[in-house]
Design a protein around this ligand. Structure first.
Ligand SMILES: [Zn+2]
Length: 297
């Protein structure tokens, strides 16, 4: 039996992952994404002012979410699911690109909602949207995973590198048109917090796989990736699980899902199951194994 876990009315489980994200290479999350054609221009890193402190660099949750969705899409495509993943770009989510009869999925869902059939609307979305839209969200549906802005903890240093402005149409280098690229020097620590609500174990496992790839430097965040920027490692991981269904294990939410046993590695603190350090990695490995084994119909 499948639980329609995308329903906002359900409260089944909450899984929160926290870690200190330390950049092992220069890290550049910029304000804009386009390289300048007219130089000289200084490309500053994105900053925020908090708690009356001076401006600090940070990694917006939206950037992290983009990296996770892109890499989750690559992993999902290998599974060849019945509902193929959409690109997830603003006008290309399942809500826009999938059709029910002659209607876009979004219109079909909204029509049912306006008729007061919100349960049917939710089921229509559940059956027809790809896993990524269900996990990360789509227009008029918030998604079940939240990436908080990752603020810097402790000292950090900013560096500059000189870039050369290149005409992206012709590839020609503009003479003497240099610009300054700002970045965060390796060794800064950012507080990473990812929370997932009501996800089945295989979907938690999909996120866990991306976390492992990030930790192992297989994927990068921010800009200038081709110049070696953007690798991080995750230190002091903590995994917190609230299982509203009760019990020490997370049961399957769908026919294709599998249980994850947690009792032997989690301790109970304030009614939550908590695993720290190597135990947190071990717990994530168990979820990731469910993802590896799942056969999506
Ligand atoms: Zn989709």
């Amino acid at each position: 039996m499948n639980v329609y876990w995308t329903s906002g009315r359900l409260l089944l489980r909450e899984v929160v992952f926290e870690a200190e994200m330390v950049n092992t290479a220069p890290l550049r999350v910029g304000v804009g994404r386009t390289a300048p054609l007219k130089a000289p221009v200084d490309l500053a890193v994105i900053r925020i002012r908090r708690n009356g402190n001076a401006e600090e660099p940070y990694v917006p949750g939206s950037s992290l979410k983009g990296v996770f969705r892109t890499n989750a899409e690559l992993l999902l495509r290998f599974k060849r699911p019945r509902v193929a993943p959409c690109s997830g770009l603003s006008k290309n989510t399942c809500m826009n690109v999938k059709t029910i009869g002659d209607k876009k999925l979004m219109d079909a869902v909204q029509d049912l909602q306006q008729e007061g059939k919100s349960e049917d609307a939710m089921k229509l979305f559940f059956e027809n949207a790809c896993l990524l839209c269900k996990v990360f969200g789509a227009p008029s549906y918030a998604g079940r995973v939240v990436f908080q802005d990752a603020y810097v903890k402790g000292p950090f240093r900013l560096g500059f590198r000189t870039g050369i402005a290149i005409d992206r149409r012709t590839g020609a280098v503009f003479e003497r048109q240099l610009y300054q690229v700002e970045y965060v020097e390796p060794g800064a620590r950012f507080g990473l917090v990812v929370s997932a609500r009501n996800l089945p174990n295989y979907a938690i496992g999909l996120l866990a796989r991306v976390l492992f790839m990030l930790h192992q430097g297989e994927i990068r965040i921010g800009g200038f990736k081709t110049r070696g920027f953007g690798t991080v490692r995750l230190e002091s991981p903590i995994l917190r699980v609230k299982n509203y269904a009760g019990g020490q294990d997370l049961e399957p939410l769908e026919d294709v899902d599998a249980p994850v046993r947690l009792g032997d590695i989690f301790s109970v603190e304030d009614g939550q199951h908590v695993a720290r350090g190597d135990r947190a990695w071990e717990a994530l490995r168990r979820f990731a194994e469910v993802w590896d084994a799942v056969k999506l119909s």
